[in-house]
Design a protein around this ligand. Structure first.
Ligand code: GLY
Length: 391
C-alpha cells in the first residue's frame, strides 16, 4: 500500500536514464524487424520470446505502433518501409473482415494506420482506419447506448460494454475530424457517458465489464472477465480506465473526466506494492505469489502524462513526478536489457490469469505482451520528445 508521501520518496528516473532506456528499446525493435515484417508478434511471449502470428487478434497494432515510435526516433527508412507493409496488411484485414468481429478497432488501427497517416501522410492508412471506424460503429447498441465489446451483436450473454473500450474511442474522434462527419464522435461521446456511469464503483475501483438488458437497455450488473472476481479491481482494467478518462477529457473537455481520472489513479497508486510493479489484480499485494502485470503500469504512466497536460501546474507536476518514479521501477525491474533473454521489451506482464471466479485460462503469465512493450515505449517517448499522440 502507498500514500502520496510514501510514493514521492522513491527515486525518479533521470533524463539520461530515460534516453538510455528509449534508445535500448529502439535497438530491440530494430533487432526484431526482419522476423516481424510479414508476420506480427503474437499477443504475448512464450518463455519471453514472441512467436510469429498472422495479423489476427486485438494486439497486432501495438507492434506496428512500436515500429512508428522507433521511426520517429531514428527516421530510419527501413522502419518506414516496414510500417507501410503493415498498413497494407491492416487494409487487407479490414476489407476481408479477418477477425474484426469485435470492438478493438482502436487498439488495432490507431497506433498502426492512424499513426501512418498522421506521421507520413499514408493515404492507405487513412482509408483503412476509416473502414475500421465504420466497423466499430456497427457495434453500437441503441438499447443501453454503448458499443458491444465481444461476440455476436445482440447476444444476451455478451450484451455488455468493457472498460478497455475507452481506448477505442479516439479512433472515432479522429474519424469525425478527418471526414467532418460528426456521427463517429457523437457515438463515442455517448458510449463514454454510459461507460463512466456504470464501471466506476464508490471506492474508486472499476468493473471490467458491465451488462445491460437487451430488451430495455436497463443497466444490470458488473462482471469480470479477466479480473480475480467480479468485485475486485483487475489492474489492467483500472489502467484502461485511467488512460481512458484522460483521453476522454482530451476530446470532450468535460471536467467530470478529470475527477474520474483522479479517483481511478488514486486507487491504482494507493494499491501499489513496495516495488511499485502492480500485481495482476489489486486483490493481491506484498507477500503474494501471484504474478505481476507490468503492462498496467505502463498504461497508467501514459494516462498520467496525458492528464498532466490539462490540470493546473501543481497537480501536473505531481503526476509527472510520479510517472518518473514509476517509469524508473519499470526500467529497473522489467525492461529487457539483454536480447538473449527475450525478443520483447518489457518483462513481467500478464495477459490472462485463471481464477475460480473468472472464465480465463492462464495465458501470457509473467511474460512480455505487445501492449506492455508499446505503452512502455510510448511513456519513454512522452518524457524524452514532444510526442504527438496516435490516439
Ligand atoms: N483489452 C484486453 C486486455 O487488456 O487484455
Amino acid at each position: 500500500m502507498q500514500t502520496k508521501e510514501s510514493l514521492l520518496k522513491y527515486e525518479k528516473i533521470t533524463t539520461a536514464e530515460l534516453e538510455k532506456a528509449r534508445d535500448r528499446a529502439v535497438e530491440l525493435i530494430k533487432r526484431n524487424i526482419d522476423k516481424f515484417t510479414h508476420y506480427f508478434p503474437d499477443s504475448n511471449s512464450v518463455n519471453n520470446f514472441y512467436p510469429q502470428t498472422e495479423n489476427v487478434e486485438w494486439t497486432t497494432g501495438f507492434w506496428t505502433g512500436e515500429v512508428w515510435l522507433a521511426y520517429e526516433c531514428t527516421r530510419d527508412s527501413k522502419l518506414k518501409e516496414v510500417g507501410d507493409i503493415h498498413v497494407k496488411s491492416f487494409m487487407k484485414r479490414i476489407v476481408e473482415k479477418i477477425d474484426v468481429n469485435h470492438h478493438d478497432m482502436g487498439f488495432l488501427y490507431s497506433p498502426s494506420c492512424v499513426a501512418a497517416y498522421e506521421l507520413t501522410g499514408n493515404e492507405e492508412g487513412k482509408k483503412a482506419a476509416l473502414l475500421a471506424a465504420d466497423n466499430l460503429m456497427s457495434r453500437f447498441q441503441e438499447k443501453g447506448q454503448f458499443f458491444q465489446a465481444w461476440g455476436e451483436l445482440g447476444a444476451v450473454d455478451n450484451y455488455r460494454l468493457i472498460i478497455d473500450c475507452l481506448l477505442n474511442m479516439p479512433l472515432l474522434f479522429w474519424a469525425s475530424n478527418v471526414t467532418k462527419d460528426p456521427k463517429y464522435a457523437e457515438k463515442a461521446t455517448t458510449h463514454i457517458i454510459t461507460a463512466m456511469n456504470y464501471v466506476i464503483r464508490p471506492d474508486n475501483s472499476t468493473y471490467h465489464t458491465y451488462f445491460f438488458n437487451k430488451e430495455t437497455g436497463e443497466p444490470m450488473r458488473g462482471v469480470t472477465c479477466q479480473g480475480n472476481r467480479d468485485g475486485s479491481a483487475w489492474s489492467r482494467g483500472q489502467a484502461w480506465g485511467i488512460y481512458g478518462s484522460a483521453l476522454s477529457y482530451k476530446y470532450l473537455r468535460n471536467t467530470e473526466y478529470v475527477e474520474i481520472f483522479r479517483r481511478l489513479t488514486d486507487y491504482f497508486l494507493a494499491n501499489l506494492p513496495s516495488d511499485l510493479i502492480p500485481y495482476w489484480d489489486f486483490d493481491f499485494n506484498d507477500g503474494s505469489n501471484e504474478p505481476r502485470d507490468s503492462s498496467s503500469l505502463a498504461i497508467t504512466i501514459c494516462g498520467m502524462l496525458e492528464m498532466a497536460k490539462y490540470v493546473e501546474k501543481e497537480e501536473a507536476e505531481y503526476y509527472t513526478q510520479v510517472a518518473k518514479i514509476l517509469l524508473k521501477a519499470l526500467v529497473e525491474r522489467c525492461a529487457v536489457t539483454n536480447p538473449k533473454i527475450s525478443n520483447g521489451i518489457l518483462l513481467h506482464g500478464t495477459y490472462a490469469r485463471a481464477s475460480v471466479n473468472n472464465p480465463c485460462s492462464n495465458r501470457g503469465v509473467d511474460e512480455c505482451n505487445t501492449w506492455g512493450d508499446y505503452f512502455y515505449m510510448e511513456a519513454l517517448m512522452r518524457l524524452t520528445t514532444d510526442w504527438k499522440l496516435y490516439w
